[in-house]
Design a protein around this ligand. Structure first.
Ligand code: 1PX
Length: 216
């Protein structure tokens, strides 16, 4: 299928969303831009083929949950990660040990995306530093095993590891990113990944402080 102009899509812009969501000297994160970044990543993943639709469905569901909070009556409380955590914890709106009355809190939903962001960070860093003949499926599964896999049950780990074999080659990947030649992609990743790291590190720190890393 030919890409129409609005389908045209560049990974640089997606990663820039993660820069623009940093607030107050990297001491807070704007939820709206964080979700914009995720929506871009999902679009990118959808261009890689239907094998990944079980992944994108879950990501879309979680993005939707967060957008509903943002649009809801208490949307202002969900403007930044700090205010969301404050609001949900002080209002007892988070299931801390077992999913029950608040199964889809903002805190637990965002934690899933946060864990996936770690995968993305590892994977893109591996792509950036890989040699031309590297296998993307290997890079991807190494990144997955060092991050998300630790939170996934056996069946999902199995399904994911099978799907990784459907990943295109490193060169095709770089082309789909629509950024430019492989050299330019590598350079772009070098510039943009530090912002993804800053977002990841801030969120991690916030969740450590409030003891939220194991939310069910
Ligand atoms: C150039 C690279 C850009 C590629 C962009 C790809 C974006 C990847 C988006 C991944 C989003 C994954 C969200 C997963 C959240 C999650 O862990 N959900 C599980 C737990 O949720 P629950 O509500 O039950 O507590 C849920 O069970 C997950 C199910 C779906 C399977 C997730 C497998 C993840 C595989 C890693 C991503 C591989 C994508 C490869 C494409 C390059």
């Amino acid at each position: 299928k030919m890409d129409s102009a609005e389908d045209k899509f560049c990974l640089r812009e997606v990663l820039v969303s993660f820069k623009s969501c940093l607030l107050n000297d990297d001491k807070d994160v704007l939820v709206e831009h964080y979700l914009t970044g995720w929506k871009g990543l999902v679009r990118f993943m959808n261009t890689l083929g239907t094998v990944f639709s079980f992944v994108s469905k879950d990501a879309v569901t979680k993005i939707q949950i967060m957008e509903n909070y943002l649009k809801g009556d208490n949307g202002e409380r969900y403007r930044t990660l700090r205010s969301m955590v404050e609001y949900e914890l002080s209002g007892n709106l988070v299931d801390l040990t077992k999913r029950s009355s608040h199964p889809d809190s903002g805190c637990r939903t965002l934690l899933r995306l946060h864990r996936a962001l770690r995968w993305l960070q590892l994977f893109l860093e591996k792509l950036r530093t890989s040699s031309e003949d590297s296998k993307t499926s290997t890079l991807c599964s190494e990144a997955y095993n060092d991050s998300l896999a630790n939170y996934h049950p056996w069946l999902i780990r199995k399904t994911a590891s099978v799907a990784f074999f459907a990943l295109p080659t490193r060169n095709t990947f770089f082309e789909v990113m629509n950024v430019g030649s492989p050299d330019v992609v590598v350079e772009m990743l070098g510039e943009a990944l530090p912002y993804v790291s800053k977002v990841y590190d801030f969120t991690q720190e916030l969740y450590v402080q409030r003891n939220l890393l194991d939310l069910p």
